[in-house]
Structures are given as structure tokens and as C-alpha cells.
Design a protein around this ligand. Structure first.
Ligand code: SF4
Ligand code: SF4
Length: 191
């Protein structure tokens, strides 16, 4: 499966009003206990993502300037439900909105110089996805280092799964905009 196939197209194109409403409605509904668990999980997830950042930044510096098929222009790179729950748990200023506002646009955070967002605020697919060029670089790393990175990826995956399961009971109760409700039910992954 490629990064382009991961997310239904409608998920990546929502208005900023709908984007904000998702967070506002969920924020109002979460109990203090759930919020506290979510905060802790999000913080640990951010630490994992930041631990991956030097490797990914190094790979991007080596490969992205020459790339002829820039993944940040792929229509289906977007925040998924777990990304959004994680963002809520961070309790920081949110990114402006989903990755694009209209069909055919590249990701709104994409600049010729790279991504405008710090890695911990990007959709997680922007971190865990290793394109062919990155896989090639990774295959040349020392096995011990590879195991270290894979173990961080596993930890982040487990944390994100716990984030999703922690907030999941609230998702069916809160009145989400239709686009989110529909897409949540068919979302193919919550990595
Ligand atoms: S991450 Fe890979 S696919 Fe994406 S722009 Fe860089 S080299 Fe290209
Ligand atoms: S959030 Fe950043 S890394 Fe991810 S697709 Fe957009 S520009 Fe690329």
C-alpha cells in the first residue's frame, strides 16, 4: 500500500470550520480523567516522534531536493482520526486545518524548502512512511540502529493505538460533522 492510497480523499479536504468543530466538540465532551490519560499518551507519542526526527530529517535532506514525485503533493496525505486525537492531547495551538482545502492542491504545509510544521504536528504518515529512497538509506544503516528505530516506531504505534482506544467511546457520542463521522467508519488505518 502506498501513502497515496491510505486515506479516502474527502478526509483530506475539509473546511477550517469543520476542522475546528471536531476539536471543540470533542474537547467539551472529554472527562477530566480521559483528558489526563490522553495528555500523557500524547506527550509520550510526541517524544517518540521527536526521537525519529533526526533520522527522517537527514534522509529528507539527502533525497527530497532531487525527488521527481514529491509525496507532499499526494492528495491523500492527511491527518487521520488518531492524528487528530493526538493533536487534541498535546494541548498546543492546532495546525490551521487539514492538509488541503481543495482538490488537486498539494499539502498546504508544503514549502519548496520543506515542511512548514514541526514533525510532531504533522500527520504521522509523514513520519512513519519510508519511501523507496528512504528505505534504501535505511537498509544501509547498522542493524543495531535499525532495531532501535524499529522499536521506537513500534512504541509510537502502540501509543497511538492506545490514544485511539481511549477516546473511541466518545467518538460515537459526540456529534461530529458528517464528513468526519462517515470517514471515521471507513478509515482504513489508525497508525
Ligand atoms: S520523502 Fe521520498 S517520496 Fe517524499 S519527497 Fe522525499 S524523496 Fe520524494
Ligand atoms: S504535513 Fe509536511 S511532510 Fe506532511 S505532507 Fe504536508 S508538507 Fe509534507
Amino acid at each position: 500500500m502506498t501513502r497515496r492510497e491510505l486515506i479516502p480523499p474527502s478526509w483530506s479536504i475539509v473546511s477550517e470550520a469543520l476542522w475546528r468543530r471536531f476539536f471543540q466538540e470533542l474537547d467539551a465532551y472529554l472527562s477530566s480523567e480521559t483528558r489526563s490519560i490522553l495528555r500523557s499518551l500524547a506527550l509520550r507519542t510526541r517524544q517518540g516522534i521527536e526521537a525519529l526526527d533526526p533520522l527522517m530529517t537527514r534522509y529528507c535532506a539527502e533525497t527530497c531536493p532531487q525527488c521527481e514525485d514529491v509525496c507532499c503533493t499526494a492528495a491523500r496525505v492527511a491527518y487521520n482520526i488518531t492524528d487528530m486525537l493526538y493533536l487534541l492531547g498535546l494541548e498546543l495551538a492546532l495546525p490551521l486545518g487539514q492538509t488541503r482545502t481543495q482538490k488537486g492542491d498539494p499539502c498546504r504545509y508544503w514549502l519548496p524548502s520543506g515542511c512548514a510544521l514541526p514533525r510532531y504536528l504533522r500527520p504521522y504518515v509523514c513520519t512513519w512512511f519510508f519511501c523507496e529512497a528512504h528505505m534504501q538509506l535505511f537498509s544501509m544503516e547498522h542493524p543495531k540502529f535499525q532495531r532501535h528505530i524499529l522499536s521506537i516506531l513500534q512504541d509510537v504505534h502502540a501509543l497511538r493505538e492506545t490514544i485511539y482506544q481511549t477516546v473511541r467511546p466518545c467518538l460515537s457520542i459526540v456529534h461530529f460533522p458528517v464528513v468526519f463521522r462517515a470517514d471515521t467508519s471507513v478509515l482504513p488505518y489508525n497508525q
